[in-house]
Design a protein around this ligand. Structure first.
Ligand code: AHR
Length: 501
């Protein structure tokens, strides 16, 4: 059998683009125990004076999440934002139609803006374009962003928030192509509404940025026509188009599962091409970029969710327990964003706490890091700077749905200010380590800081409240001398190789 080995060439001039830190965003929806029992639990011993769990705040801070999407998701399509502001005792309990639960509205826009400050994140706010439209959206942005002297800005002040929240990034609805959405719309209906709503919102605050809904996944029958029509009708108004995609290993075929980021890369290229086609059609100088504002693994909890009784407050919905192979795919998906840093400017891991999340809690109890926490944390912390294009020479494999899958996925980020260079690599080989030789070309004077590795011999290993089976460790065998790095990448491993000048 031919011996496996890989080579990589990195040059600081092979630039893709500056990484927009917002690609490390996440998402909190009023869904399951994301809000109630997740970020907010007033009776919890570790909660602060606003009822926010400080153990969760500390874990979110470790991830350095720069922006958090809120309040949905499917939930936003029948949400009245007015229910969630003002005195808590007067807020209505409502039937929440998307997830068939009871929404108490104890947490709403102001509380969430406070929580986001506590974790050093910006808010990415979604407006309801399912059951509502222009009027509710323009009132909401007057409430959140206008300083004072008008009905809604003064209402906010009356509610105890003298200064505006100045929310800069807004989603025009959520997954409006989906038949599961309350108020689903054809591309024509949605494109017109998104344009008119966006125009009104920019009249209130011209500094905002708007994200139009694209397809709910690349498998939707209306993809990519939905994107093309929507952008055709709203090109001058909106700034980003959204992409959503979840993967699962339903057929228990790990080699095939780990290749699914190739599908994601193809999705990104197709949406980019669609944006540029409409740009050409409009003879426009403006470029629409991509907001991949829902992405993750989601399938472990599907059967369990079918057993949940409707109309209760905060049931344990979408509580996927992630294993080690999920962390590898999440790592590859993050690498895919870095490889497309010229067009993917925002992304949101869906979601952040309890609901398909890197952080899990127990009501009244502790919290822990799921396996997927680590690749997310590593890229968020070390993946800021310029994304470089590694030239890789690596063996490939064929899987059920994919051919020519490189055994290694790799991205590199150079932070010119701090003189740090970080290489992120997933080895997808199921049984063999991969020797890697890296020619560091122009990185004279750089030396190895550390090689962090996430590895477990069992790809199905999970973390729990009492046992962290999957956690990073150091690979101390990697060397770097005279611009030449040598590493041995364990089979099925996530690797972060850090160098510094
Ligand atoms: O993140 C879970 C759900 O997935 C969101 O509410 C929806 O937008 C998507 O279908």
């Amino acid at each position: 059998m031919k011996k496996l080995k890989a080579t990589m060439t990195l040059d600081q001039h092979f630039k893709i683009a500056e990484v927009d830190k917002r690609i490390y965003g996440s998402f909190i929806e009023h869904l399951g125990r994301a809000v109630y029992g997740g970020i907010y639990e007033p009776d919890h011993p570790e909660s602060d004076n606003q009822g926010f769990r400080t153990d969760v705040i500390n874990l979110v801070k470790q991830l350095q999440v720069p922006i958090v999407r809120y309040p949905g998701g499917n939930m936003v399509s029948a949400y009245n934002w007015e229910d969630g502001v003002g005195p808590k005792a007067e807020r209505p309990r409502r039937l929440e139609l998307a997830w068939r639960t009871i929404e108490t509205n104890e947490v709403g826009t102001n509380e969430f803006a406070d929580w986001a400050k506590k974790v050093n994140a910006d808010v990415m706010m979604a407006v309801n374009l399912g059951t509502r439209g222009i009027d509710a959206a323009r009132n909401l942005i007057e409430y959140t962003n206008h300083p004072s002297g008008t009905y809604y800005s003064d209402l906010r002040r009356q509610h105890g928030y003298e200064s505006p929240h100045n929310i800069k990034t807004w989603c025009l609805g959520n997954e409006m192509d989906g038949p599961w959405q309350v108020g689903q719309k054809t591309a024509y209906e949605y494109g017109r509404l998104a344009n008119e709503t966006g125009k009104a919102m920019k009249q209130v605050d011209p500094d905002i940025e708007l994200v139009a809904c694209g397809s709910s996944s690349s498998t939707m029958p209306t993809f990519p026509e939905y994107e093309a029509t929507t952008l055709d009708l709203s090109y001058d108004t909106v700034d980003y188009i959204s992409l959503h995609q979840y993967y699962g290993n339903r057929s228990n075929d790990t080699a095939n599962y780990l290749a699914k980021n190739l599908d994601m890369a193809h999705f990104i290229k197709t949406v980019t091409a669609t944006c540029d086609y409409i740009k050409a059609k409009h003879r426009s100088k403006k470029t629409i970029n991509l907001s991949f504002d829902e992405w993750n693994v989601w399938y472990h909890s599907n059967d369990q969710d079918k057993q949940i009784e409707p109309w209760v407050v905060a049931p344990p919905q979408l509580e996927d327990h992630y294993n080690f192979e999920d962390a590898l795919l999440v790592g590859s998906m993050l690498i895919t964003f870095l490889q497309n840093a010229d067009r993917v400017k925002m992304a949101a891991m869906a979601q952040l706490v309890n609901v398909i999340a890197p952080i899990m809690t127990e009501n009244g109890g502790g919290s822990f890091k799921q396996t997927i926490f680590y690749p997310y944390m590593h890229t968020s912390i070390f993946g800021r700077g310029v994304s470089l294009k590694p030239i890789l020479n690596v063996p490939k494999y064929d899987a059920r749905d994919f051919t020519d899958v490189p055994y290694l996925d790799a991205a590199a980020v150079h932070n010119e200010e701090t003189g740090e260079l970080t290489i992120f690599i997933v080895n997808k080989h199921l049984s063999e380590a991969m020797p890697l030789e890296v020619d560091l070309r122009s990185f004279t004077g750089y030396s190895l800081v550390e090689h962090i590795e996430l590895y477990h011999e069992d790809v199905k290993a999970v973390n729990t409240m009492t046992h962290e089976a999957v956690k990073p460790q150091l690979n101390t065998f990697t060397t770097c001398e005279l611009g030449h790095l040598s590493a041995q990448l364990k089979q099925t491993s996530w690797n972060v190789i850090r160098l510094k000048k």
